[in-house]
Design a protein around this ligand. Sequence first.
Ligand code: AHG
Ligand code: MN
Ligand code: MN
Length: 337
Amino acid sequence: MHNGTTITQFIIEEQRRVSGATGDFTSLLNDVVTACKVISNLVNHGALVGILGSAGSENVQGETQKKLDVLSNDIFIKSNEWAGHLAAMASEEMDDIYPIPASYPRGKYLLTFDPLDGSSNIDVNVSVGTIFSILRCPGEGTAPSKQAFLQPGTQQVAAGYAIYGPSTMMVLTTGNGVNGFTLDQNIGEFILTHPNIRIPTETREFAVNVSNMRFWEPPVRRYVDECLAGKEGPRGEDFNMRWIASMVAEVHRILTRGGVFMYPLDSKMKAKGQGGKLRLLYEANPMSLIVEQAGGRSITGPERILDLQPEDLHQRVPVILGSSAEVARIQGYHLEA
Ligand code: AHG
Ligand code: MN
Ligand code: MN
């Protein structure tokens, strides 16, 4: 029996401290939470409900869509389009923005999301997640355009993710620290279990897809070489390595026990004209806000991610995030280079 604070109670109490809050935002977050609970239920049932495998289609980025990518996207739209809080949505799985249909009232917020992150992990039963970001829609009354979404990450009103792991959790920031909630499946509520999450500063763990090493730029190579050199190297300490291939799971580990996550720019991406692997608006920005709000840092290499002026809905950027001192060191290597 759990008698803790539910996520709804937490959000309402947090909003009470904001003068002039109308309840719109609270209600929007509730709809996002509901969508994540529905996705969690599907993920949990896996093969029993026939949701594993490919959908036989590609998204705008040329990636093969899994059945669950498409289903999760639909769930997010259905849960969030009706209530009158949003003007439009944008997602990894939709080429263009999704303006709220004329049959529903149009609201003042924009929602971007990665409905299923780490989807290559679904079929092998490894943790996946959902990432979302909420922005204010500029130019009240006018029909929203793609342009409305192109706001720097510093403008986010809220960001969060759900992780579908051994337990389902929701991690949320509204710009006032980071809080974690665990889904109690028996009562169907997220309960506050991880108040005021802070990223440990003393850490010796990095996460990067080492199969790309030969394509990396010198600063990333230098950092990883120094970690691999261990006690005998310039860092004078042994490091540990992890790679889950679900950004959500990597960020969650970093929030829990510290470390660094990198999906850096490399020569293979450059040759394809790509600025990185991860998408700015619905992966890098929300995760960067969460990480910074938990006392960490998040950069492209030389620059802070939250300061970037987005140029496109599906823009990709390099991502290096985690414990503050380690990320500062990597940024230093980039600035020296
Ligand atoms: P998505 O499943 O939404 O396309 O994102 C997958 C991303 C990210 O979560 C993960 O860190 C990375 O891609 C894994 O990339 P590799 O398969 O290259 O390791
Ligand atoms: Mn993703
Ligand atoms: Mn995805």
